[in-house]
Design a protein. Structure first.
Length: 889
């Protein structure tokens, strides 16, 4: 067998490790079957076939596939004593996608395949339950009609055609719920569904079971390229070349009666990580009902009461699988006439909080080592636990409550369709996507929204699973909510909870969601900073033992510095001094300096700035007591500080006692066509040395002052945007002369280094290093200048580059290893050729992005520096990078 692998019936031709070929679902079905667990038999068509189809076009398959599928089907028939399309013992199968990377709900699935007017009668006779048989048939015709034959609604807010027909039938037969439909009503639904297929497609619904099977296989392969799968792949960096496998498996039925059920379970709580079997089930239902959130499912503990034997078996299997995979599992199961069948197991998606707790608990349980636990942490997901929640002391009354599907708090303006969410977000709005329930088509809207609220669903419905994966706040099953997407409005039936009045909200209204409690608030509720649990502290001790890369923070204010220190920052890697200039009480002095006619005028203004800067630096030294503080001297173009509008010019003229025309003339004199490439960085100090001189004096005096108070100061002075060694030689001399004068006899030591943020600086780094005690790569400017892409304007067209795959990732987010990375490596090599022990760090935005941190580790950096909230992320990424390079050795 080449393209098809079998599983079930006591053996399997694959294992969990074969995910690339069999997809996650297929590989784990094979693994479960080989462990002797109750898995309905079936077979997997490999991802190789998907790649073949993508290359050769829909419906073109490799030679021999048909014969392999026929042989695999024959084996399943033999194992189950059934025959595909048979009039007395028909074989029914499910056809499901299964990619190597988990993509929940993004691709297509068809259940109950093999039903037609003949086999449905056999199923009715066999089960003794004609209503059940016809219920399966109507589900199959609708699913197949939608997925394979493309009978769907044209607009996203319009109901699906088969749903509309079914609602009609329900009305006519006075059936409230799907379960209330009689056999006669279901027969009518099937007939109407088929008529709709004929009307829309011009061809009758296929009766031939092999035609059905190949139609479904083709559709599942095609669904790899559907828009929602595409969006999901981009979001999770899943390569399009991976392809999906197709799993064909014997159907088991959770809808044969009250001793049947279907459900999903996690071996631990996916929101909190606590060790309890957690999940939901529906009695007498098919799996799609749980995932789609059409009926509200019951919590798994209820199963112990309703079907105790099956519950006990599920508990046994769950433990066995978690122990086998040594990780929290997400299980799909069906109970048919009291007997449990496993349909899927995979590593469970979890919140950041659960991710940490599960890893730490598995270590405590002796199942994982420290290093493995660290490798289980997705650094980017830590974001969730580090983010603010609603202030418990100032909680407004809730206007609704649903299930706490994905934690954190989100404040945003309400929109009712995924498309609106995307449009509003593109205009810079923070939006909440509010829906009756979400479907995989909504993925682009969920991505654009800051939070998701649904009236239906559960903890494992589509919206919950996808939101959790994205680390986005989500509340599901808010049952008092009624959404009218077409009219762009919704009501909360209870009003303010308990008030009994109805509360209407319209598109654009602001709501706050609490994804940790499931509550919904009107307007924006006050937030408090994240509370870090003890598990994170425990994990971080392992992280710190493993990593070799130091993690500093970019901080301009004492508050930022304190936050960063509480997150474990080992110093400040970048203090942008100009950020201190924008405060209202300072900007005037800064403007006076810029507008001065000569050096004397500049010095007068700088004398006003000096004490303010000294105070700022002193406070930073105090907060960072004992840790290095890298202070960058003035960097941006001067005109950034100038008034621009006529009113601003008038105001400044008045404040400075100068005519408005003089100010206006100076502003236009300082205006540059390309300020980013203009008079900025150390170029300012080459022309006006007194600026750096006074800044250096402020740093030195601050160091001296706090040192006297017993604080250990480690000042590092950094000169930005150096392009030729001569700039640094001159400015180092200037700064050192000033600092030495102040610090003489104090015993305080300091260093002077430079930012490497221009390609030329990378190339001549060996000569720049002659004048530098350290290098800090400014990868924001280095990316800008290497690509020739404006940092400020690229956002307008870079998304197109990413969407169309011209660039694999945004180079302003993750270091571009081929271009910018190669220059950095050149710079490090050059610098250390001159000074072997040269300290090297990074302070561009990339310093907190996991793949870039890994790059820095490999390139031999001493430290990365990033924004305070990303410090824990960088620490974990640094540890994972250390483990990865150990593994490579
Ligand atoms: C950089 O260019 O990477 C950097 C840190 O400096 P700034 O962002 O202030 O230009
Ligand atoms: Mg820069």
């Amino acid at each position: 067998m080449n393209y098809v692998r079998q599983f079930g019936g006591g053996s399997s031709e694959g294992r969990a490790k074969d995910k690339a070929l069999l997809g996650g679902k297929g590989a784990n079905l094979a693994e479960m079957a080989s462990l002797g667990l109750p898995v309905p038999p079936g077979f997997t068509i490999t991802t190789e076939v998907c790649r073949f189809v993508m290359e050769h076009g829909a419906g073109t398959y490799p030679d021999g596939l048909e014969a392999e599928v026929a042989a695999a089907l024959a084996r399943v028939e033999e194992l189950t004593k059934t025959t595909f399309g048979d009039s007395s013992q028909p074989l029914l199968v499910s056809v499901r996608s299964g990619a190597p990377a988990s993509m929940p709900g993004m691709m297509d699935t068809i259940l109950n395949l093999g039903l037609n007017d003949t086999t449905v009668a056999a199923l009715a006779a066999q089960s003794g339950n004609p209503r059940f048989a016809w219920d399966c048939y109507r589900r199959f015709v609708a699913m197949y009609g939608e997925v394979v034959l493309g009978v769907t609604s044209a607009e996203e807010h319009e109901p699906e055609p088969f749903d509309t027909i079914l609602d009609e039938v329900k009305r006519k037969h006075r059936a409230n719920r799907d379960q209330d439909l009689t056999e006669a009503a279901l027969r009518e639904a099937v007939a109407l569904f088929k008529a709709e297929v004929l009307r829309v497609t011009g061809a009758p619904f296929p009766d031939d079971v092999r035609t059905q099977l190949w139609g479904a296989i083709g559709a599942v392969f095609q669904s790899w390229n559907n828009p929602r799968a595409d969006v999901y792949r981009k979001l999770h960096n899943i390569p399009a070349s991976m392809g999906t496998a197709v799993n064909v498996q014997v159907m088991v039925f959770g809808n044969l009666g009250d001793d049947c059920a279907t459900g999903v379970a996690f071996t631990r709580n996916p929101a909190t990580g606590s060790a309890e079997l957690y999940g939901e089930f529906l009695i007498n239902a098919q799996g799609e009902d749980v995932v789609a959130g059409i009926r509200t499912p019951e919590p798994i503990n209820e199963l112990a009461r309703t079907l105790p034997a099956a519950h006990a078996e599920l508990v046994r299997v769950a433990k066995l699988l978690e122990d086998h995979f040594r990780d929290m599992q997400d299980l799909e199961f069906t109970i048919q006439n009291g007997q449990l069948f496993m349909l899927q197991t995979r590593a469970g998606k979890r919140t950041g909080k659960a991710m940490i707790k599960v890893a730490v608990d598995l270590v405590a349980e002796g199942k994982l080592g420290h290093r493995e636990a660290v490798m289980r942490i997705d650094p980017a997901k830590l974001d969730e636990v580090l983010h603010p929640t609603i202030d418990p002391k100032a909680r407004p009354p809730a206007i609704g409550k649903g299930l706490p599907a994905s934690p954190g708090a989100a404040i945003g303006r309400v929109v009712f369709t995924a498309t609106a969410a995307e449009e509003w977000a593109n205009k810079g709005e923070r939006v909440l996507l509010v829906r009756t329930d979400t479907s995989p088509e909504d993925i682009h809207g969920m991505k654009a929204a800051v939070g998701i609220l649904t009236a239906r669903g559960g903890m494992t419905s589509h919206s919950a699973v996808v939101a959790r994966g994205m680390g986005k706040c989500c509340v599901t099953a808010c049952t008092s909510l009624r959404v009218d997407a077409a009219k762009k409005t919704a009501v909360f039936a209870g009003g303010a909870l308990g008030s009994g009045k109805e509360l209407r909200i319209n598109e654009g209204d602001t709501l706050t969601l609490d994804g940790s409690t499931g509550e919904v608030f009107q307007g924006s509720a006050p937030l408090v900073p994240a509370q870090l649990g003890s598990e994170l502290g425990q994990l971080m001790t392992w992280v710190d033992e493993i990593r070799t890369l130091h993690v500093r923070t970019n901080a301009d204010t004492p508050t930022d510095a304190r936050t960063a220190r509480s997150f474990g920052a080992e110093g400040i890697g970048l203090c942008r001094t100009e950020h201190m200039f924008f405060q209202p009480e300072r900007i005037l002095a800064v403007r006076e300096m810029i507008l001065a006619a000569d050096e004397a005028g500049r010095r007068t203004a700088l004398a006003k700035i000096l004490p303010m800067q000294r105070g700022d630096f002193a406070e930073l030294f105090r907060v960072m007591d004992g840790l290095p503080v890298t202070i960058r001297l003035l960097d941006p173009p001067l005109h950034e500080f100038l008034p621009h509008t006529p009113q601003e010019i008038d105001e400044v003229a008045q404040q400075l006692g100068k005519p408005a025309q003089v100010i206006a003339a100076k502003v236009s004199e300082l205006t540059e066509a390309n300020p980013m490439l203009g008079h900025r960085g150390c170029r300012l100090a080459i022309t006006y040395p007194e600026i750096y001189e006074i800044q250096a004096q402020a740093i030195a005096e601050a160091a001296l002052e706090v040192n006297k108070a017993g604080v250990k100061v480690v000042p590092e002075i950094m000169i930005p945007l150096v392009m030729v060694p001569e700039e640094l030689r001159r400015l180092r001399e200037l700064v050192a002369r000033t600092v030495d004068r102040v610090l003489a006899g104090s015993g305080i030591t300091y260093t002077i280094g430079t930012m490497i943020e221009l390609p030329r600086a990378c190339v001549v780094a060996d000569r720049i290093a002659e004048h530098a005690d350290f290098f800090s790569f400014g990868t924001n400017d280095l990316t800008q200048t290497t690509f020739g892409l404006s940092r400020d304007d690229a956002g307008r067209f870079l998304p197109t580059y990413l969407d169309r795959g011209v660039l694999p990732a945004d180079p302003f987010v993750a270091i571009d290893p081929e271009g910018v990375g190669a220059l950095i490596e050149l710079g490090v090599r050059g610098g250390r050729a001159t000074k072997p022990g040269l300290k090297v760090g990074i302070c561009g935005e990339h310093g907190g992005e996991p793949s870039s941190v890994e790059f820095c580790h490999r390139a031999g950096f001493d430290y990365v520096s990033c924004s305070p909230f990303r410090v824990p992320i960088a620490r974990v990424a640094a540890a994972r990078a250390a483990l990865a390079s150990e593994a490579r050795k």
